[in-house]
Write a new protein. Structure first.
Length: 239
């Protein structure tokens, strides 16, 4: 498995985990919306009952205001989820493009080595490598910012922090009996294993892109060194 394959696997796992999280968020929003609709229906039906002593005009007005505020909150949450999904799609597409460019570059380098090229690397490949370097430099701060914005969510979950501190799900976890049963129940409730995997992937993404940036930079330096050596050899032969 090449580094590009590994990065593609990481991106796929992160994308799938985020999709499942987004689906659960949508389900919660839909449930919240159905609850609001039910409350509105109840209020309307109560108003239709003649001489209904339950309905108080002032109370009914407060209820309508509350339901309206909740409906606005549902709309806001839906917009936030949609925006987050769009950001992740864009980030995933950028990472996949970088992986494809890296694999293409490695294949070209191998072909050139097999042909034992004499003077210098072709200009299109050098331009492509420079373009990849620019894209990596732009992607790295965005990934770091994404990580900084999302990591606090894990730290705010006290149950998650507790299980992580216990090294739950690793070889270092040593609890047994009733304590282990309770930890298993808690881990299932908060979906600990999936959240832990997502956290580790999120932490590793900036470092992995930084590694790719270093590899691209070193590849460009290697081209320059090879060019210099070839020119020196040819200059010596012409003397």
């Amino acid at each position: 498995m090449t580094p590009g394959d590994l990065l593609s696997l990481v991106v796929d796992n992160y994308r799938q985990a985020h999709q499942r999280t987004a689906e659960r968020q949508y389900a919660r929003v839909e449930g919240y919306d159905r609850d609001i609709q039910l409350r509105q229906d109840i209020l309307v039906r109560l108003h239709k009952i003649p001489n209904n002593l339950v309905i108080n005009p002032e109370h009914a007005q407060r209820v309508r205001h509350t339901l309206r505020d909740r409906q606005l909150e549902v709309t806001k949450q839906r917009q936030q989820v949609a925006a987050l999904e769009q950001d992740v799609d864009q980030l995933t597409a950028e990472l996949r493009a970088l992986v494809r460019q890296r694999e293409q570059r490695l294949w070209q380098l191998w072909q050139e080595h097999a042909r034992q090229m004499g003077l210098h690397q072709p200009v299109p490949q050098r331009d492509e490598l420079n373009k990849s370097l620019e894209q990596l430099r732009e992607a790295l701060p965005r990934l770091a910012d994404e990580c900084n914005r999302k990591m606090p969510d894990y730290e705010r979950n006290t149950f998650y922090v507790y299980l992580r501190g216990r090294r739950y799900g690793t070889d270092d976890y040593g609890r047994s009996g009733l304590f282990r049963t309770l930890d298993d129940w808690l881990a299932n409730k908060i979906n600990y294993r999936e959240n832990r995997r997502n956290e580790l992937i999120l932490r590793s993404m900036p470092d992995r892109v930084a590694d790719l940036l270093g590899e691209h930079t070193e590849a460009l330096r290697a081209m320059n060194r090879k060019d210099a050596a070839n020119w020196a050899t040819i200059s010596g032969q012409l003397r």
